[in-house]
Structures are given as structure tokens and as C-alpha cells.
Design a protein around this ligand. Structure first.
Ligand code: PBG
Length: 326
């Protein structure tokens, strides 16, 4: 073969490289996660997540206009409630933080897709993702509340719901509740393979959702398992999920690849808080080129098979891509 075949030939200049590039990263792929809190004119930086904020609804509206104007298709909203309780009842209240935020966004920022996270950990006093019974999360009692939460978000105007609690059967329960409520056209993005990961550290600071006791290994997946992710994804698909998500992304590229090849469904990758903050911290110390590492990281998720990336880098990426186009 050698020297007839020379792999370097097609790497010789920029235009050749452009022609044979297999994967692309586009602003169309991005969803920006945002944190909303009560109050007015609040924009408080989350110390472990530079450039990310706790925002009151008025500030959130402004931020979302910027995000829309950058061409980013959508956001996913996380709420910081004024008060927590044992069951997380703020999540299905008409006056809950998410419901109020969604109503404001739908009114003031048309043209931006508003996705809501369906979970309880930010809203429960104990920090677990559902109703506690004898020290563990009661699956079926939690399902009832999940349905109430999803319906309430849809009524407020959410364009899509994304259950992240990892209860068994939740996608089916949400689909049925939405359909019964007249929301047949609201899609579900299921956090199908959500691992019990240490990469969520900064998010838990941001959302004040670290479990007071114990951890989430009783419901989130064991990082050692791959086949189990396929079973989770298959169940979610059968229960009516429209998008399958893998979370975290960077240490789980094999899972993204497998879910994509196995089901040919739209696949989302959640580039989680720890993945984001590691890059920011290393870049701030001058150890890496933060922008280049960000682009390479997200490209690897696309290459693995992700169609959609949820990332705190969404605005940064959109800006880099816009600069390149000029
Ligand atoms: C649960 C939820 C979490 C994240 C998204 N939804 C935290 C958890 O499971 O502990 C993590 C996101 C991130 O780390 O960026 N509501």
C-alpha cells in the first residue's frame, strides 16, 4: 500500500480539510441551561460556574432575548424556589418559580423554545429527587407528583418537558398525563441514561440540591454500566420519549454512540456543570486554551452521535461560530 495511500494528503490545507470534515457543530445543536430565582433585578454569579447566574424573572427575560438573538434554539430552565418542603410542592404550583418564569418568557421572548426540567431535588428540603419513604425515594408516590409537575409546566406554556428524576415509568406517566390534559403535541426529552456522577458538583451548589443524607445511587445509574443504559433508553422510547438524553456527556461518549446506533432516535448529550467548570478553571489558570478545548469537547459529542447538546457553553459557542462565519 505505502506510499500509494497517504493519509496526510487530505490534511494538506484548510480547504481540503473542510471538504472531508465529517462532523460539524452548529448553533442549531445547542440548548442553554438557566437558573431562575425569585426577586427582582437579580443576577448573581454562581461561584463554581463562571458566567452562569441565578436570575430573577426580569433578568432572565433579558438573558433569553440575548440567547435567542444569538440563534440558539432553546433553553432548559431550573428553578430555585422560595421555600422547599418534603415533597417539593412548588413544582406543581401555579405560582411556582418555573410556572411564573415560563409565563413571562412565553409572553416576552417569542421564538425561543422553553424546556423545563422535571425533577424535585431543587425543591425538596431533603434534596432527593422525589418523595422519601423509609430513607429511600418512593418510586410510585413520586410518579404521581411528576405527572402534576409536567401538566403544570405545560399549562404555564412550556414547549417541552425533560424528566431528570430517574424514576421507573415516568415517561409513560408524563405522556399519559399530557395527552389527557390536551397537550398531545408537547414533546418529552427523557434523561434516559442519567448516571450517579460526581460531575454534577457545581450544579448542586448552584441549585442547592445536594442530598442532605445519602446519595442518588439508589435511582441514578452506576457509571460502570453500559448495557443498562440501552435498557433505560429502550424503555423511555417505548413509553413515548421523543428525545433520548445521555448525561453526563464527556465520560459517556460510548453511551451516546450506543444509544444513537441502537435506536436511531434524536439523542441529546448533557455537557454537565463539572465538565464545564473544569475547562473554565483550567483555562483561567492558563493550563489550556479554554475556547479550543470547549469546541473540541462539544465536537466529540457530535461525533459520538449526539444531535443536541445541553451546555453552559452555548452562548460562548454561538459567539465563536458567528465569528468564524465572518
Ligand atoms: C436534577 C438535575 C441535576 C442536573 C440536571 N438535572 C442534578 C442531579 O441529578 O444531581 C445536573 C446538571 C449539571 O450538573 O450540569 N434536577
Amino acid at each position: 500500500m505505502f506510499p500509494t495511500v497517504r493519509m496526510r494528503r487530505m490534511r494538506g490545507n484548510k480547504n481540503l480539510r473542510r471538504l472531508v470534515r465529517e462532523t460539524s457543530l452548529s448553533v442549531n445543536d445547542l440548548i442553554m441551561p438557566l437558573f431562575v430565582c425569585s426577586g427582582k433585578e437579580i443576577k448573581k454569579e454562581i461561584s463554581s460556574m463562571p458566567g452562569n447566574y441565578h436570575m430573577s424573572i426580569d433578568t432572565l427575560v433579558k438573558e433569553c432575548k440575548d440567547i435567542r438573538d444569538l440563534g440558539i434554539p432553546g433553553i432548559i430552565l431550573f428553578g430555585i424556589p422560595q421555600a422547599k418542603d418534603a415533597i417539593g410542592s412548588d413544582t406543581w404550583s401555579d405560582e411556582g418559580i418555573i410556572q411564573k418564569a415560563v409565563r413571562a418568557l412565553k409572553k416576552d421572548v417569542p421564538g425561543l423554545l422553553i424546556i423545563t426540567d422535571i425533577c424535585f431535588c431543587e425543591y425538596t428540603s431533603h434534596g432527593h429527587c422525589g418523595v422519601l419513604k423509609n430513607g429511600t425515594v418512593d418510586n410510585d408516590a413520586t410518579l404521581k407528583n411528576i405527572a402534576k409537575q409536567a401538566i403544570s409546566h405545560a399549562k404555564a406554556g412550556a414547549d417541552m418537558v425533560a424528566p431528570s428524576d430517574m424514576m421507573d415509568g415516568r415517561v409513560g406517566v408524563i405522556r399519559e398525563a399530557l395527552d389527557d390534559g390536551g397537550f398531545q403535541n408537547i414533546p418529552i426529552m427523557a434523561y434516559s441514561a442519567k448516571y450517579a456522577s460526581s460531575f454534577y458538583g457545581p450544579f448542586r451548589d448552584a441549585a442547592d440540591s445536594t442530598p442532605a443524607e445519602g446519595d442518588r445511587r439508589g435511582y441514578q445509574m452506576d457509571p460502570a454500566n453500559g448495557d443498562e443504559a440501552i435498557r433505560e433508553a429502550e424503555l423511555d422510547m417505548m413509553e413515548g420519549a421523543d428525545i433520548l438524553m445521555v448525561k453526563p456527556a464527556l465520560s459517556y461518549l460510548d453511551i451516546i454512540y450506543r444509544v444513537k446506533t441502537e435506536f436511531s432516535m434524536p439523542v441529546a448529550a448533557y455537557n454537565v456543570s463539572g465538565e464545564f467548570s473544569m475547562v473554565k478553571a483550567a483555562a483561567a489558570k492558563g493550563m489550556i486554551d479554554g475556547e479550543k478545548v470547549m469546541m473540541e469537547m462539544l465536537m466529540s459529542m457530535k461525533r459520538a452521535g449526539a444531535d443536541i447538546i445541553l451546555t453552559y457553553f452555548a452562548k460562548d459557542v454561538a459567539k465563536v461560530l458567528a465569528k468564524r462565519e465572518k
